[in-house]
Design a protein around this ligand. Structure first.
Ligand code: ATP
Length: 235
């Protein structure tokens, strides 16, 4: 099977200081890979390096990226989005003054796709007339996920979906990712710090420390407990 996304030799640095070293991944269709690691381990830089979107003037990235079997010469978020890859960024921006429905309609190619996507988010269905600024943190993340999904991506990169949210909400969001991989065949790479919630839904795990993947494998193959004790500490 060809991977939906392959990354090799990804390096990211800020003002010449390395933040990510020789990162590699293969994402198969319909699978959910969780990237775990402490604050500052390099998760955000990895995801941003893949899409060629580093903050400010100081970030530089290099590497080889293949999306749906085609090499991507100079990655940038817009080109990649057109080619089937969406990034849901950390603390993503939704338009707080617009209602949920207006935002969905802005991006949805047609009504059918909007309704199809909303099937996954019953809570959003109940909040269609509400301005996004009034949504709870979890609902906002659902909206961000739904907006990304409207474009029918084949690859979804997700940064810290669970940031600042209660465990029950995190579990719900993780279940959404699982279903999107299962039902829509999307290849998902999600960086997160909610270890037990992430492990409950993942097919594969990558553990990052100090800018490098220090352990990875399928759930069941990896000595998850040992690795997590060493690199993440117990929460
Ligand atoms: P977090 O959970 O805090 O987002 P992370 O695992 O995503 O952490 P990164 O944010 O990618 O980690 O940070 C990796 C390294 O790069 C850290 O040492 C960080 O200080 C550095 N770094 C990140 N962004 C910048 C930046 N804009 N300028 C300079 N250094 C940065």
């Amino acid at each position: 099977m060809t991977a939906s996304l392959s990354v090799r030799d990804l390096n990211v640095s800020y003002r010449g200081v390395p933040a990510v070293s020789d990162y590699a991944v293969d994402l198969e269709p319909g699978t959910l890979t969780m990237m775990l690691g402490r604050n500052g381990a390099g998760k955000t830089s990895t995801l941003r390096g893949i899409v060629g979107f580093l903050p400010g003037e100081t970030g530089r990235s290099s590497g080889r990226i293949e999306l749906l079997g085609k090499p991507v010469r100079r990655p940038d978020p817009l080109t990649l989005a057109r080619a089937g890859l969406e990034l849901i960024a950390e603390r993503n921006k939704v338009f707080t003054g617009m209602t949920v429905d207006d935002q969905l309609r802005l991006i949805a190619p047609d009504r059918a796709r909007k309704l199809e996507v909303l099937e996954y988010f019953p809570r959003l269905q109940e909040r269609l007339a509400v301005r996004a600024g009034l949504l709870s943190g979890g609902e906002r993340q659902m909206l961000a996920t739904a907006l990304a999904l409207l474009r029918s991506p084949e690859v979804l990169l997700v940064d810290e979906l669970s940031l600042g949210l209660a465990p029950a909400v995190v579990r719900e969001l993780m279940q959404h990712l699982r279903r999107l991989a299962d039902d829509q065949g999307i290849a998902i790479l999600a960086a997160d710090q909610s270890v037990s919630e992430a492990l409950a839904v993942a097919d594969r795990v990558q553990v990052m420390d100090d800018g490098a993947v220090v352990a990875e494998g399928a759930i069941g193959e990896l000595d998850v407990e040992g690795v997590l004790d060493t690199y993440l500490g117990r929460e």
